[in-house]
Design a binder for this molecule. Structure first.
Ligand code: NAD
Length: 433
């Protein structure tokens, strides 16, 4: 089958590549000419484990092409995916300008009966607006399917090739069959394809992200209370997660959720709910807790140095919002670094893959270490902000010898507190006794 994917970001590139891996011919289209040129040379625009190999193989087999020529790609394809960005606008709504532009382009260049699949995360009702827009520009028959994506950055290829579920929103039986055929290679182990209407599919994506964010804010709130009452969140966490009704995942205390999805999707969901005159009280609280949580680690440093931060040196381990990605969008590290700089703290950072992106944001206002130890020289405090595996078992003796003041503020609770203290550090995690 010939498939067109509009947008070669995390979702579009993984979607297009994985469909080509299952034997389809995929035209990946982007409006960013530099990106397309680099992709054709096999250079990926972001770090995602395992993706470079798949892109190279399918480029080589000529099942995967990258182009800016949307008319040709749209005209040749039986299925067209919209996988463009839906960032947050200044009012907290999802900004749909890229989706609508893509829909207009599709409408202009359709040549035959086609299935249009909305993969981008879009507010309820967007499928109707996309349908209207395409219809305005095209006389050809088409069907719009809502097929939200649930992949996680850092594990995107695995998630796409073995999805826990696929959600298909359409009421057209023929389209359901086509979509099932497309996803069949990925659900051979029996994971479900959930068929529903477009509106439910659209809202399902937001419901999932809002619930996951709720788990994070909930455990963070418990961690903060644990600190106040002298309890230990690690033990509380164990007591909670051994209850199968609660589950084990997404219950790690930390410095708040970030990334390109949760923050904007939570805002967009709240905006939708307000629009329907039904403000979401739980979701609003989740967002408030998260904003405060991003400040927590800085406040610990502020308290330790009794407000005298001017002229101090901070080392940061980890910039990306989670391990295995170089994505810095809404990462807690950005909030922490901004606070440190505002208070006159010289800041040196290290991250295995995200330093290039950080230099685009902070330019020469921060320093970059070549290794994790490199940025510790003369540091007064070490902030651990991303739980990269390489930070988990460091040489504490060496850390101590490099730092000027042995203070570790562990935003991911990756160290054993008593061990760190034995090495002579002042140590604070999140919600620990
Ligand atoms: N990143 C994730 O982990 C993730 C997971 C699930 C769902 N989503 C959702 O998927 C969507 C895409 O997210 P992303 O992270 O891949 O975005 P992204 O910002 O990384 O990439 C979007 C790409 O679309 C391109 N684009 C914009 N308009 C275009 C057009 N008219 N034609 C062709 N290309 C166009 C941009 O140049 C860019 O390369 C969003 O709605 C997001 O919420 C993202």
């Amino acid at each position: 089958m010939e498939i067109c994917v509009l947008g070669t970001g995390y979702v579009g590139l993984v979607t297009g590549t994985c469909f080509s891996e299952s034997g389809h011919f995929v035209h990946c289209v982007d409006i960013d000419t530099v990106k397309v040129k680099e992709l054709n040379a096999g250079k990926l625009p972001f770090y995602e484990p395992g993706l470079d190999e798949l892109v190279a193989r399918n480029l080589n087999q000529k099942r995967l092409t990258f182009t800016t020529d949307s008319p040709s790609a749209i005209g040749q394809s039986k299925i067209i995916f919209i996988a463009v960005g839906t960032p947050q606008d200044s009012h907290g709504n999802a900004d749909l300008k890229y989706v609508f532009q893509a829909a207009k382009t599709i409408g202009e260049y359709l040549t035959d009966a086609t299935t249009i699949v909305i993969k981008s995360t879009v507010p309820v009702g967007t499928h109707q607006k996309v349908t209207d827009l395409i219809r305005k520009h095209s006389k050809h028959p088409f069907e719009v399917v809502s097929n939200p994506e649930f992949l996680k950055e850092g594990n995107a290829v695995e998630d796409f090739l073995k999805p826990e579920r696929v959600v298909i929103g359409t009421q057209n039986a023929k389209t359901v069959e086509l979509m099932k055929e497309l996803y069949e290679p990925f659900v051979r182990s029996g994971n479900p394809i959930i068929v529903t209407d477009n509106t439910s599919a659209e809202l399902a994506k937001y419901a999932c992200n809002a619930f996951l964010a709720t788990k994070i804010s909930f455990i963070n709130e418990m961690a903060n209370l644990a600190e106040k009452v002298g309890a230990n969140i690690s033990d509380i966490r164990k007591a909670m997660t051994t209850d199968s009704r609660i589950g084990t995942k997404f219950l790690y205390p930390g410095t708040g959720y970030g990334g390109s999805c949760f923050p904007k999707d939570i805002q967009a969901l709240m905006a939708t709910a307000k629009h329907h005159d039904y403000p979401l009280k739980i979701v609003e609280a989740v967002e408030t807790v998260n904003q405060e949580q991003k400040e927590i680690l800085f406040q610990k440093a502020h308290r330790y140095f009794k407000g005298h931060l001017q002229g101090k040196c901070a080392a940061i381990w980890g910039l990306s919002f989670k391990p295995n990605t170089d994505d810095l969008r809404q990462a807690p590290s950005i909030s922490v670094i901004r606070k440190l700089l505002d208070h006159g703290v010289k800041t040196t950072v290290y991250d295995p893959v995200a330093m290039l992106n950080a230099s685009a944001i902070f330019e020469d206002r921060i320093q970059f270490g070549k290794t994790s130890y490199d940025c510790l020289k003369n540091a007064d405090m070490l902030f651990v902000l991303t739980e990269w595996n390489e930070f988990r078992k460091p040489d504490f003796q060496k850390i101590k010898s490099l730092m000027k003041t042995p203070v570790i503020l562990d935003g991911r609770n990756i160290f054993n507190p008593s061990q760190v203290v034995q090495f002579g550090f002042y140590y604070e995690g999140i919600g620990l006794k």
